[in-house]
Write a protein that binds this ligand. Structure first.
Ligand SMILES: N[C@@H](CCC(=O)N[C@@H](CS)C(=O)NCC(=O)O)C(=O)O
Length: 214
């Protein structure tokens, strides 16, 4: 199994986390996204990481790769067995990709300082929904999104929180104080062996996002 990935990419981190959590061995291919290899472009029709090659098949798009891995390697499941909970898990992964990420990147990419407060408040509102309707409804005693077991929901969200030091550095953005469940969740996730293995330090992200934030 080959995984095309990039250290900077939160979506690629999702798949590295899933493979590590499941204990599935893989060949890690670090791709230079500014100078993409022929091999990568053959495996990734959109030219994006992550892309997985397994048994001669190419699978791409991080939520789809992660579900493929969970179904192909059913030991240590990362999705709940109950269909309703599976649907809820997908709803929160979809919320992350459809609503949260666009407002998250809008904060760091904004060039008009007069709009910073408004954009940060929009992002806070997204997080409050996740706090109440996501973790509040599903995590019980936690510490993970769906309770005591880590799931693909956690792996979908956490890579953005690992990058938070850059948002704090450039935009003074932190997890709002009325989202204590998210704060505790992010801490629990950061402590997992998988997260520690893929982690980059704050300085790496601060430098990496400088161009976005300028
Ligand atoms: N929806 C995709 C997003 C992946 C993505 O945006 N990857 C970025 C890096 S973070 C990429 O490969 N960009 C290269 C390019 O667009 O040329 C997923 O979930 O896998």
């Amino acid at each position: 199994m080959e995984l095309f990935t990039a250290r900077v990419c939160p979506y690629a981190h999702r798949t590295r986390l899933a493979l590590l959590e499941k204990g599935v061995p893989f060949e890690h291919i670090e791709e230079d996204l500014k100078n993409k290899s022929e091999r990568f472009l053959k495996a990734s029709p959109y030219g994006k990481v992550p892309a997985l090659v397994h048994n001669g098949q190419t699978i791409y798009e991080s939520p789809i790769i992660n579900e493929y891995l969970d179904e192909t390697f059913p030991e240590k499941p990362l999705m709940p067995a109950d269909p309703v909970l599976r649907a809820k898990a997908r709803i929160w992964i979809h919320y992350c990709d459809t609503y949260f990420t666009s407002d998250f990147y809008a904060v760091i990419q904004n060039k008009d300082r007069a709009k910073d407060a408004e954009l940060k408040e929009k992002l806070n509102a997204r997080l409050r929904v996740a706090e109440e309707e996501g973790l509040g409804a599903l995590s019980g005693g936690g510490p993970y999104w769906l309770g005591s077991e880590v799931s693909l929901v956690d792996l979908a969200w956490f890579p953005f929180f690992e990058r938070l030091p850059a948002w704090t550095h450039y935009r003074d953005f932190t997890i709002p104080s009325d989202c204590p469940r998210i704060a505790a969740w992010a801490e629990a996730m950061a402590g997992r062996a998988s997260a520690r293995e893929v982690a980059n330090d704050a300085a790496y992200y601060i430098e990496g996002y400088a161009r976005y934030a300028a």
